[in-house]
Design a protein around this ligand. Structure first.
Ligand code: DP6
Length: 333
């Protein structure tokens, strides 16, 4: 093997992924719904994969050695990439060093950019001849949202129906230059540790009476939102985006025990986005499995919207992100 470094940007879903197919191999990590995302500039993970001289795996994130579940997830992922590369013998031990280049203000999870960067760096290190669709399918097995971070701009991940997941593929719908929009990340007060996505999804699927309705109505959102993106129509995309977000959170809240990711400031920020809209600024929001609010606006309204959202009590920071590029990789000497 050789050494390689990959950079992948984070992404935010405009039409959400929440829930995994229960009829397939869990290792494939197949989503129960398709999703549509925007890859974001300036929120990237840079990951280097090198051969380990002492024959033992060693993983670091931002200079801190990893062990336990995070280390197991990385080791399993390296095994998957090795297997996909079709190489014989056991996987060589690797040193994996990852750095998250997220403004400390963002307060975002990084599994999307993290598993996308790891997949690209490992594939290059193992000299695997894989195209973007294959890299994306591998990244998905590390974390569902990572499948989308292989591509830049607006990305659609289809659910597919086949048991082997071969029709669950991500593809770019429109590149980063297609539409001059901005995504604001509104960081609200951070609270106690949330329930992680994987565990939250399973709880929601098995206990929420609204889970089926969530799944059954998401495909229509995906098609309508894709068309609105292609037409660059924020007033058509925005209501679908908010509907997808609130349906997902309604299904979460109806789980047992409930999954409530919002804080008081989250609700105040929601109302501020709606007040902005009443005042004529086309701003639309989405929220992931956490307390922060993400707001889509035309680029020329971003400063105005960010300024208003910074006045909401409890908001710690607002960062502004342009559409970001696809993941990239370089082979190191
Ligand atoms: C709410 O991709 O983190 O952000 O596949 O279990 O790793 P796993 O889940 P993950 O879930 C993301 C959920 C979401 C919505 C989205 O990004 O589509």
């Amino acid at each position: 093997m050789r050494s390689a470094r990959a950079t992948a940007c984070s992404n935010i879903a405009l039409v959400k992924y929440w829930g995994k197919r229960a009829d397939t191999d869990p290792d494939l990590n197949l989503p129960d719904v398709g999703s549509l995302s925007l890859t974001l500039a300036d929120l990237a993970t840079v990951t280097t994969v090198r051969p380990a001289v002492d024959g033992r795996d060693h993983f670091e994130l931002d200079g801190v050695p990893l062990d336990g579940r995070p280390a197991r997830r990385i080791a399993e992922h390296l095994d998957r990439v090795w297997a996909a590369a079709g190489l014989r013998g056991s996987r060589p031990a690797c040193v994996v060093e990852s750095e998250n280049h997220l403004p400390t203000a963002a307060g975002l999870a990084s599994s999307a950019s993290g598993f996308a960067a790891l997949t690209c760096a490992a594939a290059a290190a193992f000299e695997a001849d894989l195209d973007d669709a294959a890299l994306s399918a591998l990244a998905r097995r590390g974390s569902g949202s990572a499948a989308r971070s292989i591509f830049g701009g607006f990305v659609r991940l289809d659910r597919g129906v086949r048991p082997d997941g071969s029709d669950c593929v991500a593809r770019p719908v429109a590149g980063p230059d297609h539409w001059d929009v901005r995504l604001l990340v509104v960081r609200t007060t951070t609270g106690p540790k949330k329930v992680g996505s994987t565990e939250g999804m399973e709880r929601c699927r098995t206990t929420s009476p609204y889970y089926r309705a969530w799944v059954e109505t998401s495909e229509a959102d995906l098609d309508a939102a894709t068309e609105a993106v292609l037409d660059r129509d924020i007033d058509r995309l925005g209501p679908i985006m908010e509907h997808s977000c609130f349906k997902m959170h309604a299904a979460m809240m109806a789980s047992r025990p409930p999954l409530l990711y919002w804080k008081g400031t989250t609700v105040d920020a929601i109302h501020e986005v709606w007040a902005l809209r009443e005042a004529g600024c086309p701003a639309y929001l989405t929220i992931d499995a956490g307390p922060h609010v993400k707001v889509l606006v035309p680029a020329n309204r971003a400063d105005e919207a960010a300024g208003r959202l910074r006045t909401v009590p409890g908001v710690e920071a607002v960062t502004i992100h342009a559409p970001g590029p696809a993941a990239r990789v370089e082979v190191l000497p």
